[in-house]
Design a binder for this molecule. Structure first.
Ligand SMILES: C[S@@+](CC[C@H](N)C(=O)[O-])C[C@H]1O[C@@H](n2cnc3c(N)ncnc32)[C@H](O)[C@@H]1O
Length: 274
């Protein structure tokens, strides 16, 4: 087995179980200002036939399907996949007993073990920026999609959660790139030109939202879930006190801008069409 490089190691460590991801999701669920909901909004974009095959890459703990469970047409064959067996186990557990059957499979997005022209849609939410070789992944997604079918991929924009980095930097020495937004290789800003090399008709839709945070602890949990800002117990407690003071100073609410959206990208019907 090949040795993992540093960033692959950090990624595996971060996603080996759902604990850190949960700290993040909790904050979004409790304090988001847009009450429509990110996952129902994402699902709204899947304009697919009643009978179809769908592959989700980097599914995490399967929240997309759990949140939209009542909306899934009976004829949708959905395969949830992730390269982390821990994440996939969590997804399987979360979807057990739900009124729609799902298939679960460990898949690295850079090597999709399916035939050409197999899927009617491929979904990749908030994960393309993790793929070490995005060209390989795009090539695999395009290969396994049927001609004329779509990749639906969500990601973040550069301004996403910038307020958290500012808070962390105000407490410690400046924290470079807390959530990797500066050097993020696949964002709402730099995603389209990359997709255009493999797909046609690229469309981007942004979800208007922010966080109005009124409690320090979940905000602190979110910030320290970043691998770039791990604190020992003492510093953790000090950071909590610091954020509590910041909250009081800002009248009990800290507003943090969010910037997320979805790309839609079509596999060209003909080889030369792009
Ligand atoms: C930020 S989470 C997103 C989870 C879920 N899609 C969501 O939107 O909440 C990124 C996910 O991508 C997975 N991932 C990272 N690199 C991957 C790869 N090369 N192939 C497949 N999955 C990968 C991680 O294990 C993790 O579950």
């Amino acid at each position: 087995m090949s040795k993992l490089n540093d960033s692959q190691y950090l990624l595996k460590e971060q996603y080996q179980d759902a604990e850190k991801l949960n700290a993040r999701i909790r904050l979004h669920v409790e304090f988001s200002t847009n009450k429509y909901g990110w996952l129902p909004w994402v699902f709204d974009h899947y304009n697919l036939p009643e009978e179809c095959r769908i592959l989700e890459l980097g599914c995490g703990q399967g929240d997309l399907w759990r949140e939209n469970i009542e909306r899934i047409p009976t004829g949708w064959e959905v395969t949830l996949s992730d390269f982390s067996p821990g994440m996939l186990a969590q997804a399987r557990q979360n979807l057990e007993g739900q009124p729609h059957p799902f298939t679960f499979e460990v898949i690295d997005a850079q090597s999709i073990p399916y035939d050409d022209d197999h899927f009617d849609a491929v979904i990749a939410n908030h994960c393309i920026y993790h793929f070490p070789d995005r060209s390989k992944a795009f090539s695999e997604i395009r290969r396994t999609l049927k001609a004329g079918s779509y990749l639906y991929a969500t990601t973040i924009g550069r301004a996403h959660l910038q307020g958290m980095a500012e808070l962390a930097s105000k407490f410690e020495h400046p924290i470079e790139n807390l959530f990797n937004t500066d050097n993020n290789p696949f964002t709402l800003e730099n995603g389209a030109p990359q997709l255009r090399e493999w797909f046609a008709d690229i469309e981007l839709d942004r979800y208007p939202d922010s966080l109005d945070v009124t409690e320090a602890a979940p905000l602190v949990d979110f910030i320290i879930s970043s691998v770039r800002f791990s604190l020992d117990e003492t510093r953790h407690a000090e950071f909590l006190t610091f954020v509590e003071r910041e909250l009081t100073a800002s009248g009990g609410v800290i507003r943090i801008k969010k910037d997320s959206g979805i790309f839609k990208a079509r596999k060209p019907a003909l080889q030369h069409e792009s």
